[in-house]
Design a protein around this ligand. Structure first.
Ligand code: ATP
Ligand code: MP5
Length: 269
């Protein structure tokens, strides 16, 4: 039996809704063998972040080498990369890997807690973004990357295009989760804009939606599905996960990684 493999390079969430834990659940659901390199151990739950312990860059390098020396990597993603030293070892490692790279440029948790050092953002933009096959910023992250405000639909499309043409990413998916109305995301794939729309679900349980979405794109890419279609399928996956999210914890609850199976049955009817 042949199996494709996905790797996540990210921080942890012991409450299981975001970070590495969300990524591995998503890979498993989408039939890609899941592997992980931990960047930071984060003591967090649905209400916020209590403490963070960053692993030494050397240890991240050792994990990357351990996994890539032995295992096939058909696609990989990154989430929380807190500082420049970590970014550097990842940037040095990437050229050996010939697989699609999905970058979720995680900057703050939904609770507002910062997950990346302010002074390392420029390094990420200049040295890591150009390696990304696709980058998946939410609106505040896209604003930070480009240093400009994004308000209208046209601004979002233009931002996706500029992240490719000015910052050098292969493709950019600007997500509209933080706007009102329909949840619409725009992908610029280097030649055209694709839009992905879903009903906005009235829920507070959106902890880890960005992690789940980028992990789903990674899993589909690992299986050889092309980017516009991988995003389309990942959007269906994350929408189902939000729609059937769990009222767990006292804050913003986690999404439901099993829900897509029920939804798929509905779509096929
Ligand atoms: N209430 C909602 N209803 C439907 N779709 C949503 C909702 N909130 C977010 N989404 C969708 O979920 C995906 C993740 O988007 P979002 O902009 O929330 O990412 P994010 O802010 O990076 O996530 P995170 O909360 O993990 O940081 C996008 O496809 C977005 O359109
Ligand atoms: C380790 C880690 N990575 C990413 C997020 C973002 O997820 P959210 O914005 O939903 O809290 C998080 N909370 N923790």
């Amino acid at each position: 039996m042949s199996i494709q493999c996905s790797l996540t390079i990210a921080g942890t969430d012991p409450s299981g809704g975001a970070g590495i834990q969300a990524d591995l659940k998503t890979f498993q659901e989408l039939k890609s063998y899941g592997m992980s390199v931990v960047t930071s151990v984060v003591a967090q739950n649905t209400t916020g972040v209590n403490a963070v312990h960053h692993l030494p860059a050397e240890m991240i390098q050792q994990q990357l080498e351990a996994v890539s020396a032995d295992m096939p990597i058909d696609a990989f993603k990154s989430g929380m990369i807190a500082d420049k030293d970590m970014m550097k070892v990842i940037a040095d490692w990437i050229p050996q890997i010939s697989a699609p790279y999905v970058m979720d440029p995680v900057m703050v948790a939904q609770s507002g807690d910062p997950l990346i050092e302010a002074e390392s953002r420029a390094w990420l933009r200049e040295h890591l973004v150009p390696f990304a096959s696709v980058i998946t910023p939410n609106l505040p992250e896209a604003e930070d990357l480009l240093g400009q405000q994004i308000e209208t639909t046209d601004d979002m499309k233009e931002a996706a295009e500029q992240i490719v043409t000015k910052l050098g990413a292969g493709a950019a998916l600007v997500k509209g989760g933080h706007r009102d109305g329909e949840a619409v995301d725009y992908l610029f794939d280097g030649s055209k804009i694709h839009s992905y729309s879903a009903e906005r679900i009235a829920t507070n349980n959106t902890h880890g939606t960005g992690c789940t979405y980028s992990a789903a794109i990674t899993a589909y890419l690992s299986r050889g599905i092309d980017l516009p279609r991988a995003v389309e399928k990942a959007k269906q996956f994350v929408t189902a996960a939000i729609k059937h999210s769990f009222d767990l914890g006292k804050g913003s609850g986690p999404t439901n990684h099993w829900a897509w199976k029920e939804e798929v049955k509905q779509w096929k009817k």
